[in-house]
Design a protein around this ligand. Structure first.
Ligand code: NOJ
Length: 538
């Protein structure tokens, strides 16, 4: 029976090195995940998305892959991954893995061979090598800048010590971009897909899905670029890649799926990736970036649903991930929006306000039609860690921006599981210190501390996910807006279900006769106070 599970799944994102450490080296691993599968099942999610677990020098937290067919030794072995997939399935959890096709690691066999083989070699054609500009080729081949800051090009020093051509890296220099015009690149990734599909994975999250194809000739961006027509993203050839992948995926049973990391300026551009013969869904970054403002939130929901309707793809709703400021912190700031470019600073945040809004946002997110992503720690109400010492910061964005951007380490701090010890149950007793330290205050936020507290964020998520599965998942993927007054977001799903978010600064009354199914906070005197969401049965 076809269930279309991916249209409405609750998917939990596991940032492997910060989830749970099984072997005591201070870094999360697959053994740690296996020991926590019962927790994830009880949380009530449908699937797990693992950030890259492949062999990697970790220049970008594993998004620099040296071997797409093996597991990094810090995380375990290929046999561990196979066991994990089987055991997750045994718990009723599907498994999505991260595929990183735009670039590999500079330690990947292909790139090492390319450097060794020298200028003009066939090995270099799998990447973007190009001569520099200027008299001695000392300037980069074009004006593209890396997403992590600085030029997107690095000059090669050849084996004989001479200055060679440049190679393209849209991210760190340790992440050379692959040339997707090369048939061997296409064949390789088709094989990698099959490798993991044969091992039972239920699908792939595709990194930088909009970026694989480049505009022929790699033209300059120019001084005043049209952001909808950049030469390094959303080039038409990318769609042919996904069509060929989809054909492969569809030869496997079990409703396997693709979710794309598609960050593009317009919903129309994004929707093209979700045509019926391409990817199944994409992350909703407009929702993630949206300020805590009722009108703005409603507008994003409307635009999302309208944008996807022509291609028939389901929406997804995302509040945080391993690249963004945790939303507890974001929602406690004066400026509650997020922008990948300029918001990872040390702006002050009110933790009480942030957590109240985060709880309200969770119920909004979990009641909208479509799929939903929970980033590890969302369910514990974790804030961003803003005071990591400079010398511990590992994210390449920190160094490449010259410290102007604090980077993404603050949302990647290891999870607090239990107790009061040094790693709060992240590692076994007596283990090495965890790769990033947790704040002492997190002892009150551990999964254990929240387990039996009916008011905890953990229990809010558990109850909401269970209710969602029972009441909302079976419903058609539509909603009807309701006017509940200024500063509110209110809609009905079918079957008498209503969601009401009060994002205004005054309390709002409950509709007559409505029964409260769940509330993100107290409802004093039968009213919905500011920054609170209720689920109602009418
Ligand atoms: C998006 C990933 O989410 C991010 O963590 C990574 O740095 C870039 N892609 C490059 O792979």
């Amino acid at each position: 029976m076809t269930t279309h599970w991916w249209r409405h799944a609750a998917i939990y994102q596991i940032y492997v090195r910060s989830f749970a450490d099984g072997d005591g080296d201070g870094t999360g691993d697959l053994a740690g995940v296996r020991s926590r599968l019962a927790y994830l099942r009880e949380l009530g999610v449908d699937a797990l998305w693992f950030t890259p677990w492949y062999t990697s020098p970790m220049a970008d937290g594993g998004y620099d892959v040296a071997d797409y067919r093996d597991i990094d030794p810090r995380f375990g072995t290929l046999a561990d991954a196979e066991r994990l997939i089987t055991e997750a399935h045994g718990h009723g959890l599907r498994v999505l893995i991260d595929l990183v096709p735009n670039h590999c690691s500079d330690q990947h066999a292909w790139f090492r061979a390319a450097l060794a083989a020298g200028p003009g070699s066939p090995e270099r054609e799998r990447f973007w090598f190009a001569p520099g500009r200027g008299a001695d080729g000392g300037l980069p081949p074009n004006d593209w800048t890396s997403y992590f800051g600085g030029s997107a090009w690095t000059r090669v020093t050849e084996a004989d010590g001479s200055a060679g051509p440049w190679y393209l890296h849209m991210f760190a220099p340790e992440q050379p971009d692959l040339n997707w015009e090369h048939p061997e690149v296409r064949a390789e990734f088709e094989d990698v897909l099959r490798f993991w599909l044969d091992r039972g994975v239920d699908g792939f999250r595709i990194d930088v899905a909009h970026g694989l194809a480049k505009k022929p000739g790699l033209p300059d961006v120019g001084a005043d670029p049209d952001v909808t027509d950049l030469p390094y993203q959303d080039c038409d050839a990318v769609h042919g890649i996904y069509r060929s992948w989809r054909k492969i995926l569809d030869t496997y049973d079990g409703e396997r799926t693709f979710v794309g990391e598609v960050w593009l300026p317009t919903p129309e551009q994004s929707a093209r990736y979700l045509r019926p013969d391409e990817l199944h869904s994409a992350f909703n970054f407009e929702f993630l970036c949206c300020a805590w403002d009722a009108d703005a939130l409603r507008r994003v929901v409307e635009e999302t649903l309208a944008g996807l309707a022509p291609v028939g793809a389901p929406a997804t709703w995302v509040l945080s991930n391993h690249d963004t400021i945790r939303h507890v912190t974001r929602y406690g700031r004066e400026d509650t929006s997020f922008d990948m470019g300029d918001k990872r600073l040390l702006d002050p945040s009110d933790p009480v306000l942030g957590r109240r809004r985060a709880r309200a946002a969770a119920l909004l997110t979990l009641s909208l039609p479509g799929g939903v992503y929970v980033y590890q720690g969302d369910e514990l109400g974790l804030p961003e860690v803003q005071d990591l010492p400079d010398e511990l910061l590992q994210d390449p964005t920190y160094v490449r921006s010259g410290g102007a951007d604090r980077g993404r380490d603050g949302c990647r701090v290891p999870l607090p599981w239990s107790g009061f010890g040094t790693s709060l149950g992240f590692s076994p007793d007596g283990a090495a210190p965890s790769w990033l330290p947790q704040p002492v205050s997190w002892s009150g936020l551990t999964a254990q501390a929240q387990q039996d507290d009916p008011e905890s964020v953990l229990n809010l998520y558990r109850t909401a996910l269970a209710l969602r599965r029972a009441r909302l998942v079976p419903l058609p993927e539509t909603l009807t807006w309701v006017d509940a007054g200024p500063g509110t977001v209110c809609f009905d799903r079918q079957d008498g279900f209503r969601c009401l978010l009060n994002a205004s600064s005054a309390a709002v009354g409950l509709p007559d006769g409505a029964r409260v199914l769940l509330a993100s906070g107290p409802l004093p005197g039968g009213t919905v106070p500011p920054d609170t969401t209720v689920w109602l049965s009418l």
